[in-house]
Design a binder for this molecule. Structure first.
Ligand SMILES: Cc1ncc(COP(=O)(O)O)c(C=O)c1O
Length: 490
């Protein structure tokens, strides 16, 4: 099924050869295989990892102009992921997403994106100077989270904006919910523009058919994946996959080189090489175990009083076409505690650290590294908490309805580059925001840079704050003040 020999790990092997040759390092980094490093860190991490912390030279190749093992490793990765080209990114998926956006849109171009995007997408929009056109994702009221956008929403937005230069979607969301991406590919391609995909939470999808279809298999033109989030690479190590045709691969190469450091960590790069090997060779089997463990956890958690952990029953609700069972979203509002409180108890009392929490939910990410023991420890802790004194079964956790998306008068880039002043939120009506405002749930920005602050927005924030709910995004952590545009820089 693969064209190349997926058992090979050319970059990791080149590094091992360098280590085995006992090469004398007159190159950076200055710690020289750990010899010049403070003992406290060195004694803990050990010298193996430090001995492969090298820089660019012929034997180990260059990320910016690959001709040797990095080129081969990227080709193997493209082959494994059904892409025409793959780029290693050591700036996380945030870096890959910024490059993806800058590769397809320029100053003044329209890009259609869901409103509930990660901040790296807005960063890419700011860097490119593009104008975002937002699509509303569907909301699952019972768990209070944003699902995905529907194909119908994509079609309607394109009909209103036939001059858009690209469409971006998320596959799947943080909570594991995918849309009908195959249908969306067809719709977007009718306009002869690329569909680019934030697949931060889907690096494993291609390797097991019990999971939603991945962007490349669905026919998307580019996707950015956090290999480090679910598959076995190290933190910050991500992939950017490209399909030739609607995307200029040379442009992607140039942008990736523009954004990435000239001193990439070879430890991170090599971890992408071996993570790809593992997935290509044994991905199906290891993911089968992960899915089985996650389904076991979901079933058990759903039997504990006060929790709800959604599963396949959400499929076919608007914005939910397929579901990744490895995402365990524990809705705890019926226990009378917030997701944030549940996360705090798990972390402080049981030393169990979930991925994140919001008002209603705690999200636990399952992946290749989980064991039956660790999952049972989570279940036991949840059982204890459910009958413990922190819970208040009568208490209702409410959320208030979000205001409409406000009018945008500046691109995020112009707002970002303008002179700003920080003023009290209550006095900011009619001003142009230079900052974000986000509320969890449902994790959708209330306000983005360049948008006009309305009374509904100010009232909504006050209401959330008075209910001790999460509002974030402004430089002022208390969200009493907000930065607004005081002088345009255009
Ligand atoms: C949906 C989504 N996209 C992109 C990113 C950025 O990924 P990274 O942390 O690898 O930069 C995240 C991170 O959590 C995310 O949740």
């Amino acid at each position: 099924m693969y064209k190349l020999d997926q058992t090979k790990t050319p970059l990791f092997d080149a590094l091992m050869e360098y280590v085995d040759n006992n090469t004398i390092p007159f190159h950076v980094p200055g710690h020289k295989k750990g010899q010049g490093m403070d003992n406290k860190f060195k004694n803990f991490v050990g010298t193996n990892v430090l001995s492969m912390d090298v820089t660019v030279f012929k034997q180990v190749d260059s990320l910016h102009k690959p001709t040797g093992p990095i080129k081969l490793a990227q080709e193997l990765s493209a082959d494994a992921h059904n892409a025409d080209n793959t780029f290693f990114c050591i700036h996380g998926t945030s870096g890959a997403i910024q490059a993806m956006i800058m590769s397809v849109v320029n100053q003044g171009d329209k890009i259609i994106v869901p409103r509930n995007v990660h901040k790296s997408i807005t960063a890419g929009i700011i860097l490119s100077g593009a104008t975002p056109v937002y699509m509303h994702p569907e909301i699952h009221e019972a768990v209070g989270v944003a699902f995905n956008v529907t194909p119908e929403t994509v079609r309607a937005t394109l009909e209103e904006n036939p001059d858009a230069k690209a469409v971006l979607i998320i596959n799947p969301t943080y909570y594991g919910v995918s849309t009908d991406i195959v249908k969306i590919v067809d719709i977007v391609h009718e306009y002869e523009i690329p569909l680019i995909v934030d697949e931060a939470h889907g690096p494993h999808l291609h390797f097991n058919n019990k999971l939603p279809i991945c962007a490349m298999d669905a026919g998307a033109d580019m996707c950015a994946q956090s290999t480090h989030k679910i598959v076995g690479s190290m933190t910050q190590a991500s992939l950017l996959h490209v399909r030739k045709g609607l995307v200029d691969v040379n442009r992607v190469k140039t942008v990736m080189s523009l954004l990435q450091t000239t001193s990439p960590s070879y430890i991170l790069l090599a971890s992408l090489d071996v993570a790809r090997r593992q997935m290509a060779i044994e991905g199906k089997e290891v993911l089968d175990k992960t899915i089985e463990l996650a389904n076991y956890a979901r079933e058990k958690i759903n039997k504990i009083s006060g929790y709800y952990c959604f599963g396949e029953e959400v499929i076919n609700k608007p914005g939910a076409f397929a579901f990744d069972p490895t995402k365990i979203t524990i809705t705890c509002k019926d226990l009378g505690i917030t997701g944030n409180e549940l996360e705090r108890i798990l972390a402080e009392k049981y030393f169990i650290q979930p991925e994140m929490s919001d008002l209603y939910n705690v999200l636990c990410v399952f992946s290749l590294g989980d064991t039956k023991e660790s999952v049972d420890a989570l279940i036991k802790a949840l059982e204890e908490i459910s009958c413990g004194e922190s819970c208040n079964l009568g208490k209702k956790i409410n959320i208030v309805e979000m205001p409409a998306i406000p009018q945008s008068v500046l691109t995020p880039r112009d707002a970002f580059n303008s002179k700003t002043v920080s003023i009290p939120l209550k006095d900011s009506l009619g001003q142009i925001s230079a900052e974000f405002l986000m509320a969890y749930p449902p994790g959708i920005p209330i306000l983005c840079p360049g948008e006009i602050i309305t009374k509904d927005i100010v009232d909504y924030v006050e209401e959330l704050k008075s209910a001790n709910l999460y509002v974030q995004g402004t430089e002022d952590p208390e969200v009493n003040n907000i930065k607004v545009v005081s002088e345009l820089f255009i």
